[in-house]
Design a protein around this ligand. Structure first.
Ligand code: CU
Length: 148
């Protein structure tokens, strides 16, 4: 009986300690969002083939709700880029997890604008949004930083 009680205490105690440690670690990570993040929502792509901009369709951004975004894609010279394929990934670099949903471009809005639906952020903190662009000038990527 005593053995059983001890074993149960151990089984319950270890997860409780891990949980407490996790909460402390999460608190530390929330405080340490890098101060010099580039928060620009419009920037050249990594290889300079395009200029990309992202904009939420409603503001302020809320945690835990689905929202739509617009991606605007231009050539380096500022001409709208039509008929590009845009893949969207993202996550929280400090937490090692991705987006809780799988947002997708659902519509071309014309003038190089694309509708992205299904975006959701389930935590506050530093998020990245990574676009993989496959367009007439070639493939390129761009990463945006968001702090919620
Ligand atoms: Cu997180």
């Amino acid at each position: 009986m005593l053995t059983l009680t001890l074993r149960r205490a151990t089984l319950l105690g270890i997860p409780a300690l891990l949980l407490a440690g996790g909460i402390v670690a999460a608190g530390a990570m929330m405080r340490s969002v890098p101060e010099n993040l580039d928060l620009a929502l419009e920037k050249p792509t990594a290889a300079g083939l395009y200029k990309a901009a992202i904009a939420p369709q409603s503001a302020p951004l809320t945690v835990g709700q689905m929202h739509a975004w617009t991606v605007t894609l231009q050539t380096a010279n500022g001409a709208p880029v039509e008929a590009a394929k845009i893949g969207i990934k993202g996550g929280m670099p400090q937490h090692g997890h991705g987006l809780p949903t799988a947002p997708q471009v659902t519509k071309s809005l014309g003038q190089g604008r694309y509708l992205v639906e299904g975006m959701k952020f389930n935590m506050r903190g530093w998020w990245t949004l990574d676009l993989a662009i496959d367009g007439p000038k070639g493939t390129d990527t761009v990463t945006f930083n968001l702090v919620l």
